[in-house]
Design a protein around this ligand. Structure first.
Ligand code: FNR
Length: 382
């Protein structure tokens, strides 16, 4: 299958599995523990029925949205995905360029392969930077300074990873960067020549934002050890105030799944929250993100902007989330599959697929603007 004949995100996913070594696809695809929350994200989204409205004169549809005081051409952005640069050479730059061309924000992860500076040099418009709060406050402070110097337009503070949910396949694979080539995997790797040429023989193979900044981490394995030692279980709402002092710009809190936490988030003065369960990678047994969205929207929707992620794989899914109270969505694996499949062109394809699906869904549901996608547009129960 070539990119031309790709019809949906699942097609990109199939190509991704053909192109990228299994250990990395396992890392991208997995959820934590039993993967119950991962499964319910998809299941619950698919359960939401969209109301069909005919003869509604829904031509001239407009998909743009205002988010954080700016106009974006589509009601979604690309979310932060660690190690996108192991999916394709310079994967983060590829995704950032695709987002820039589409007129939507790109979020660079702290755990990216390309650094903040690499991405800033490759795009013209500002991107967002996602921050993991670590024990080493000096390092966190330095990251914020770098994001400001790179003119990032928003800081996305991820608050649901104070400890790592275990992904069984990563434990079994012994995943670290670059891939440890075990005898059993050599034959498998040889079936991915384009990946070997692009990623393994490329110049960026480790965590770009950490490289050269952490004392005693010359060896790649020691980066992983450092990261694992840095998750901070003492994290508290007061720490958000500390971040706010260092970053007076737009702040987005990512990983809110509870109504009380959403209320607390409003008090921090953040500009937006992301209703998310980290794509089913953290608290296994947590509810699907979409099932919590309407309650959170009811509680705080008029006080703070609400973004949504976890399970979006189509324009119909974006429509569902907007109907249930999100102002915009973050794509996760949906665009990552595109990067795996074909770098920048693949990420663009993913954005294009979802935009077109959303457009047709709006036409068939009889709505012309993003603002008119309301709860009435889906069948009740939510
Ligand atoms: C993530 N996610 C994530 N979130 C974050 O804040 N920082 C990060 O570095 C990462 N890294 C990461 C890697 C991989 C492989 C995945 C799949 C996810 C979570 C991500 O931003 C988003 O919340 C989920 O991907 C949304 O779920 P779906 O749409 O992928 O199901």
């Amino acid at each position: 299958m070539t990119l031309k004949s790709v019809a949906c995100i699942d097609d990109l996913r199939r190509i991704a599995h053909r192109k990228v070594p299994r250990d990395f696809m396992d890392y991208y695809e997995s959820g934590s523990y039993s993967e119950a929350t991962l499964a319910s994200n998809r299941h619950d989204l698919a359960q939401i029925k969209i109301r069909q409205h005919v003869l509604a004169g829904a031509s001239n549809r407009e998909l743009s949205q205002s988010l954080l005081g700016e106009k974006i051409t589509l009601p979604f952005a690309l979310g932060p995905i660690g190690m996108t640069g192991m999916a394709h050479r310079d994967g983060e730059i590829a995704a950032a360029r695709a987002a820039e061309r589409a007129g939507i924000p790109y979020t660079l992860s702290t755990m990216s392969i390309c650094s903040i500076e690499d991405v800033a040099a490759a795009v013209e418009k500002p991107f967002w930077f996602q921050l993991y709060f670590m024990k080493d406050r000096g390092f966190v402070s330095d990251l914020i300074t770098r994001a400001r110097a790179a003119k990032c337009s928003a800081l996305v503070l991820t608050v649901d990873l104070q400890v790592l949910g275990q992904r069984h396949r990563d434990v079994r694979n012994g995943l670290f960067v670059p891939p440890r080539v075990r005898l059993g995997t050599i034959a498998h790797l040889l079936s991915k020549p384009a990946w070997i040429a692009g990623v393994l023989l490329g110049k960026r193979k480790t965590f770009g934002n950490l490289h050269g900044r952490i004392a005693g981490t010359e060896h790649l394995r020691s980066y992983m050890e450092w990261i694992h030692s840095q998750f901070d279980q003492t994290l508290h709402w007061d720490d958000v105030a500390w971040v706010r002092e260092q970053w007076p710009g737009k702040l987005i809190l990512k990983g809110i799944l509870d109504v009380n936490d959403a209320r607390q988030a409003v008090k921090t003065g953040a500009s937006a929250i992301v209703v998310s369960n980290h794509g089913g990678r953290q608290l296994d047994g947590a509810p699907s993100a979409i099932s919590m969205l309407p309650r959170i929207a009811d509680a705080v929707g008029s006080d703070i902007e609400i973004l949504f992620d976890s399970g979006i794989r189509s324009g119909q899914d974006v429509f569902r989330a907007l109907a249930l109270g999100a102002r915009a969505c973050l794509l996760g694996r949906a665009y990552l599959y595109g990067v795996c499949a074909a770098g920048e062109a693949g990420a663009s394809k993913a954005i294009d697929i979802i935009a077109k699906e959303l457009d047709v869904t709006m036409a068939l549901a009889g709505v012309q603007t993003i603002g008119s996608i309301t709860r009435d547009c889906v069948v009740a129960d939510h």
